[in-house]
Design a protein around this ligand. Structure first.
Ligand SMILES: Cc1cc2nc3c(=O)[nH]c(=O)nc-3n(C[C@H](O)[C@H](O)[C@H](O)COP(=O)(O)OP(=O)(O)OC[C@H]3O[C@@H](n4cnc5c(N)ncnc54)[C@H](O)[C@@H]3O)c2cc1C
Length: 461
C-alpha cells in the first residue's frame, strides 16, 4: 500500500511527488507518456527555447552596432536546439525523482475504486495498485472543434506547430490568447506573414484593458495583422492552402495562408480515468475540488491543469506542493487570486491580481504607473516600450493588482507576487532600495507614482 499514488508526471504530479517523498511519504507516479508532462515536452520549455532565439534574432537585427551584414536563421538547427533542451530537462526531472526514491510506473491509469488504480502498460499487461491517497494530475488537452479541425498538416495544434521543420511563409493563428500571441511573435520575428484572429474585442481577453491595447499597438508595429471581433465561421483545408471564412467588422471575408495554427480551448484530460465509477464530479470540463484539493470521492485529490482555474505550470506546481502541505498536516496557503499570468512576447506581459476594470467595479482605487522609457536600464537595452501599473485600494493601500508590459516582465512580476502574498503595503514596497540601473526601478517608480511622487517621470506621458 503506497501513501500517495499520482496519476500524471507533469509539474503538478512531479512537484507533489518530490515534496511528498521529502516529507517521508512512499510515492508512486503513473505516467503514460514522458515524465515532465506538457510543460517540459510540448509546452513551456520548447516554446520558450524557440522564443529566446527569436528575441535574440530581433535584438541583433535591431541594433545598429553590429554592422550591415544580416544574420540568417537555420530553422533546422533551431529545431535541434529545442529538442536538446527538452531532452535535458526531462532527463533532469527523471534523475530528481529517482534520487527521491519516487517509484515510476509507465502506463495508463484508471480508477477501479477510490484507492485502487488499474494500470495498463505499453505491452498491454495490466496490474492494480493501491494507495492511501490518489492524486489526479493528468493535465489538460485541446478540445476537438467541429469547425476548425486540426489535421496536423495544414491546420496545426500547438504540438504539431512545434514539430514544423520549415518556416511557413504565411500563417493564420486563431485565438489571441497567450499561446496565440507567443507563436505570432515567434513566426513574425523570422519573417512569416502572420495574421492573428480573435473573436473578442481585445487580444488577451481578461487582461487589464490598457495593457491589452498597448500590446496590440506594439504587435501591429511589429508587422502582425490583427483582427479582433472576428469569428472564424469555416475552414476549407481541401486545397493546397487552407481558406478561412471570417465574420468580422467588415462582414464576411475570406483569407488564405500556408498554415493555420489553432491552439484551441483546453479541458481536463480525464476521459480515460473512469471517474464516474468512483463518483468524481466535474464542472465545465474540469475536476471539482474543495479548498484542500479533495474531489467528491474521499481520499482522491486533483491538482494542476485538471482542476482549471489557471492553466499554467506554476499553478500546477503550487497546487501540487499545497496539496502535500495538507496531506502532511500543514496549512494550504495557495490563493487563486495571486497566480501570475505571463506572456513571453517581446516585450513580455505579466500580470497578477485584479485588473483596473475589475477593481474599479468593487471599490475606490488608486493607480500608479511608470513607463519603461523612464528607466535607464530599459534605455540601455533598447527596450523602452511598455509600462508598470499598480492598482491599489484607496483606503488601505492594499495592492490589488500589478500589470507589467515590458522587458523581463515575467521576472519582475515575482516582486509583485511576493508583495501581495505577504500583504506588503505600498509604503513598505516604496521604501525598499532597488539597484540602479535595473528594470525593477520601474516597479519602484510606479509605486511612488501612486502618490504622484515618481522621480524619473514627466507629468503627462
Ligand atoms: C504550447 C504551450 C505552451 C505553454 N507555455 C507555458 C508557459 O510558458 N508557462 C506556463 O506556466 N505554462 C505554460 N503552458 C501550460 C503548462 O504546460 C501546463 O499548465 C502544465 O504542464 C500543467 O501541468 P500538469 O502537471 O497539470 O499537467 P501536464 O503537464 O499536462 O501533465 C499531465 C501528465 O499526465 C499524463 N496522463 C494523463 N492521463 C493519464 C493517465 N490516464 N494515466 C497516466 N498518465 C496520464 C500525461 O501524459 C501528462 O504527462 C503551456 C502549454 C502549452 C500547450
Amino acid at each position: 500500500l503506497r501513501d500517495l499514488i499520482i496519476i500524471g508526471g507533469g509539474p503538478g504530479g512531479y512537484s507533489a511527488a518530490i515534496r511528498g517523498a521529502q516529507r517521508g511519504l512512499k510515492v508512486t507516479i503513473i505516467e503514460q507518456d514522458r515524465l515532465g508532462g506538457t510543460c517540459l515536452n510540448r509546452g513551456c520549455i520548447p516554446t520558450k527555447t524557440l522564443l529566446h532565439h527569436a528575441h535574440l534574432y530581433t535584438s541583433f537585427s535591431k541594433s545598429k552596432a553590429f554592422g550591415e551584414q544580416s544574420i540568417s536563421v537555420h530553422y533546422e538547427k533551431l529545431f535541434e536546439a529545442k529538442e536538446e533542451v527538452v531532452k535535458k530537462v526531462v532527463a533532469g526531472i527523471q534523475k530528481i525523482l529517482a534520487a527521491n526514491q519516487v517509484e515510476i510506473i509507465n502506463g495508463k491509469a484508471s480508477f477501479i475504486n477510490p484507492s485502487t488504480i488499474s494500470v495498463v502498460k505499453s505491452d498491454q499487461s495490466r496490474g492494480d495498485i493501491r494507495g492511501k491517497s490518489v492524486v489526479i494530475a493528468t493535465g489538460a488537452r485541446s478540445e476537438v472543434d467541429p469547425i476548425i479541425r486540426v489535421d496536423g498538416e495544414r491546420i496545426l495544434g500547438t504540438e504539431e506547430v512545434l514539430n514544423l521543420k520549415t518556416l511557413p511563409q504565411s500563417l493564420v493563428i486563431i485565438g489571441g490568447g497567450r499561446r496565440g500571441l507567443e507563436f505570432a511573435t515567434f513566426f513574425n520575428s523570422f519573417g512569416s506573414r502572420v495574421t492573428l484572429i480573435e473573436k473578442e474585442p481585445q487580444i488577451l481577453p481578461g487582461m487589464d484593458h490598457e495593457i491589452s491595447i498597448r500590446m496590440r499597438a506594439i504587435l501591429v508595429r511589429q508587422g502582425i495583422k490583427l483582427l479582433t471581433n472576428t469569428v472564424v465561421s469555416n475552414v476549407d483545408a481541401s486545397g493546397n492552402s487552407p481558406v478561412l471564412t471570417l465574420l468580422g467588422k467588415k462582414g464576411i471575408e475570406k483569407i488564405k495562408a500556408e498554415k493555420v495554427l489553432y491552439p484551441g480551448t483546453r479541458k481536463a484530460h480525464i476521459e480515460n480515468l473512469q471517474l464516474e465509477k468512483v463518483g468524481i464530479r466535474t464542472q465545465d470540463g474540469f475536476v471539482s475540488i474543495n479548498r484542500h484539493f479533495e474531489t467528491s470521492a474521499k481520499g482522491v485529490f486533483a491538482v494542476g491543469d485538471a482542476i482549471g482555474q489557471q492553466l499554467s505550470a506554476h499553478h500546477a506546481l503550487s497546487t501540487g506542493l499545497s496539496l502535500v502541505d495538507h496531506l502532511t498536516g500543514g496549512e494550504v496557503s495557495y490563493n487563486t487570486r495571486q497566480i501570475p499570468y505571463c506572456v513571453y512576447t517581446k516585450p513580455e506581459i505579466a500580470s497578477i491580481g485584479m485588473t483596473q476594470e475589475e477593481a474599479e467595479r468593487n471599490q475606490e482605487i488608486l493607480v500608479g504607473k511608470f513607463p519603461f522609457a523612464g528607466a535607464g536600464q530599459a534605455q540601455s537595452m533598447m527596450e523602452e516600450e511598455g509600462i508598470v501599473k499598480f492598482v491599489v485600494d484607496k483606503k488601505y493601500g492594499e495592492i490589488l493588482g500589478v500589470h507589467i508590459l515590458g522587458p523581463q516582465a515575467t521576472e519582475l512580476i515575482s516582486l509583485a507576487s511576493l508583495a501581495m502574498k505577504n500583504e506588503l503595503t505600498i509604503e513598505m514596497l516604496g521604501s525598499a532600495i532597488f539597484p540602479h540601473p535595473s528594470l525593477s526601478e520601474a516597479i519602484e517608480e510606479a509605486v511612488w507614482d501612486i502618490k504622484n511622487e515618481a522621480i524619473h517621470s514627466l507629468k503627462n506621458w
